[in-house]
Design a protein around this ligand. Structure first.
Ligand code: ADP
Ligand code: MG
Length: 255
């Protein structure tokens, strides 16, 4: 299934937030969206997931989600959004139950996603017993459990320290290698975009418009370590972002 934004613009009252965005999320690829704070990244993700409708333009779905997808458009948020009183497996089983999946089928799905996210030994743990990185693994396991057609990730690693971020990026690459998924990954962190994105969409400051779409051919599995080509991509992205970020900063101060 492919998701596409066509001519999407948006205003909140008098404030123009998004201007005329055309963007497609190719199947089996990770599309990263980067841009300065307040440029409309989270808003675009809400449009993609159908949580909110743009003032004009449309969100188009091409093709059908997998037949066994319980929730075709699934979010992963920065703050994990786990229920604190439920264990790791309890957080996942609750979502499955919401979709009518219980018993042996639920058990099999839980075992599978916990193994894929290296959480099998932690199934009885409560969120408060887990580090930030582990909590986000649980949130990712929970998202995978519903077999989404498109994973919508809003700054999923932004609350984590840089070492944990590196580990989770490796995990996401491993998950993608074993079963390529379609994702829209929003971040303000260019290193994440260069590590995880098949395509990187650079937005301007508000109102968010597409400045450039950068494609990276290097396979995800080969993006570890020093790679001058990837450094150049990151420097190029920073060149695009820097002026936008500075201008956005000045605007916020004026408000
Ligand atoms: P980003 O995720 O890129 O930081 P957002 O999409 O969260 O940006 O927000 C874009 C702009 O829209 C910001 O100026 C924000 O203050 C504004 N905004 C977001 N949601 C609302 C809302 N529900 N009502 C009014 N303004 C909003
Ligand atoms: Mg945001």
């Amino acid at each position: 299934m492919e998701l596409r934004l066509e001519g999407v613009s948006h205003r909140y009252g008098d404030v123009e937030v998004i201007r005329n965005i055309d963007l497609s999320l190719p199947q089996g690829q990770i599309t990263c969206i980067v841009g300065p704070s307040g440029c409309g990244k989270s808003t675009l993700l809400r449009f993609l997931g159908g949580l909110e409708r743009p003032t004009s333009g449309q969100v188009v779905q091409l093709g059908e989600p997998p037949a066994d997808s319980l929730n075709p458009l699934t979010y992963v948020f920065q703050d994990f959004a786990l229920l604190p009183w439920r264990s790791v497996e309890g957080n996942i089983s609750l979502i499955l139950r919401d979709h009518g999946v219980r018993g042996a089928r639920a058990e099999a799905i839980i075992a599978d996603v916990l193994a894929r996210t290296k959480l099998s030994d932690f199934r009885k743990a409560l969120p408060k017993q887990l580090s930030g990185g582990m909590k986000q693994r649980v949130a990712i396991a929970r998202a995978l459990a519903v077999n989404p057609a498109v994973l919508l990730m809003d700054e999923p690693l932004s609350a984590l320290d840089s070492q944990t971020r590196d580990l989770l990026m490796d995990d996401l690459v491993g998950l993608w290698q074993r079963a390529p998924f379609t994702a829209c990954y929003v971040t303000h962190n260019l290193a994440e975009a260069v590590r995880l994105g098949h395509r990187i969409v650079v937005l301007s400051r508000r109102p968010g418009q597409i400045r450039e779409v950068v494609e990276i051919d290097t396979p995800l599995a080969e993006r570890q370590g020093d790679d001058p080509a990837l450094d150049r991509v990151q420097a190029h992205l920073w060149g695009l972002m820097r002026a936008e970020a500075e201008a956005a900063d000045m605007e916020l101060l004026d408000e």
